[in-house]
Design a protein around this ligand. Structure first.
Ligand SMILES: Nc1nc2c(ncn2[C@@H]2O[C@H](COP(=O)(O)OP(=O)(O)OP(=O)(O)O)[C@@H](O)[C@H]2O)c(=O)[nH]1
Ligand SMILES: [Mg+2]
Ligand SMILES: [Zn+2]
Length: 357
């Protein structure tokens, strides 16, 4: 495969200049499974691992390659290939550990479009779609809401209309991966060399959709629980799949929307109608709670703004704020630990040369 057909472009080439002088060559990460990778380049797919230096210098999990990343590898056809550097990302979906929000992991990198997949079954939940959308706007990729399992819902048009109200600026499509219904409507985003990531809870049919687009049962899929339509985490690693038409699809394991969570600004991205109403508030930092001259509350009162949209906005703002506080607390703790170590080293080696000069 040529590099452009894998998504390579002039921007990546520009950020590769320095790596070229070292003789390294570009490759794209197609699969990641803890420390093991598979990379794709002109000669096809091969296993890869991190150069020792990159492994040691990585300070957070966001510094190591993720699926979709462009990396610099040592030249030649050696297997495993040795990854020397990660290129700056054009877009990134970051996952935050629910237990510790400061631990970040890149779920998908350099994605043009993200299909936010939901099932029109018992697991259907519009509030969850709002959360995924907020994370999508923050990632830099274009979100498309895919309501799968349309074959199970006689009222799909009503669902599409309902979700369109929650997703200003994003396309909302109903499909059935199982029966192939509506699949053709995804074509505009499946152009050669374009990367599409599939995100959504376990059991919504992400892998089934990839298989439907591939035209073969390549990825494993698993039945959902009968009582609530939840999945069983069938997919366990992230993987980039090349479609016959030339688009690149990134399948991911199901995850909870909260893990994808962004900051307060990303909430505003998902609620553009509230953000634009807020420009009319008397106070710049209006929280739209009870302030005088609040344009948002006025719109709610006269019915222009749906009350449940404002309720969702408030809830997501609170969640984002809570996460941000935790990230700050951890960053402070790490900074303190660093200075403690430096002071200890100064006490232990009072005459160390490195402190003179
Ligand atoms: N009725 C119906 N069932 C579907 C459809 N798409 C997927 N399914 C079923 O939903 C179940 C889960 O599908 P998967 O593709 O494994 O779901 P997933 O999103 O990849 O799940 P994880 O890998 O666990 O994150 C399987 O039993 C599929 O056959 C659909 O369009 N209609
Ligand atoms: Mg799957
Ligand atoms: Zn206000």
């Amino acid at each position: 495969m040529s590099l452009p057909s894998l998504g390579w472009n002039a921007r990546f080439e520009e950020s590769f200049t320095e790596h070229r002088t070292r003789g390294w060559v570009p490759a794209r990460v197609a699969r990641e499974d803890r420390t093991r990778y598979v990379v794709l380049d002109e000669s096809g797919a091969r296993p890869a691992e991190l150069a020792g230096r990159l492994r040691h210098e990585a300070r957070t999990r966001a510094d190591v390659p993720a699926v979709g990343d462009w990396v610099a590898v040592r030249p030649g056809a050696a297997s495993p290939a040795i990854i020397e550097a990660v290129l700056p990302r054009a877009s990134a979906f970051v996952r935050k550990d629910v237990g510790d929000a400061a631990i970040e992991q890149v779920v998908a990198a350099n994605v043009d479009t993200v299909f936010l997949v939901s099932g029109l079954d018992l697991d259907y939940n519009p509030r969850r779609i709002e959360r995924y959308l907020a994370a999508a706007w923050e990632s830099g990729a274009e979100p498309v809401v895919v309501l799968n399992k349309a074959d199970l819902d006689p009222d799909r048009e009503a669902r599409v209309a309902e979700v369109e109200l929650l997703a200003p600026g994003a396309a909302v499509l109903a499909v059935s991966a199982l029966e192939g219904d509506g699949i053709a409507s995804l074509q505009p985003w499946l152009q050669p060399g374009r990367t599409v990531a599939l995100l959504g809870s376990s059991g919504v049919g992400k892998s089934t959709l990839v298989n439907a687009l591939l035209g073969e049962e390549r990825l494993a899929t698993g039945a959902v629980r009968e009582d609530d339509s939840r999945g069983r985490h069938t997919t366990t690693h992230r993987e980039l799949v090349v479609l016959p038409g030339g688009a690149l699809l990134l399948d991911t394991p199901g995850m909870r929307a909260l893990e994808l969570w962004g900051d307060e600004d990303s909430v505003d991205g998902a609620f553009p109608e509230i953000a634009s109403l807020a420009e009319g508030c008397r106070f710049r930092d209006c929280r739209h709670e009870s302030e005088p001259g609040c344009a948002v509350l006025a719109a709610e009162a006269d019915g222009t703004l749906a009350a449940d949209r404002l309720a969702s906005w408030r809830k997501l703002q609170r969640e984002a704020h809570w996460l941000a506080t935790r990230v700050d607390a951890r960053a402070r703790a790490a900074e303190e630990a660093k200075w403690k170590a430096i002071h200890k080293s100064m006490r232990d080696h009072p005459k160390a040369d490195r402190w003179k000069k």
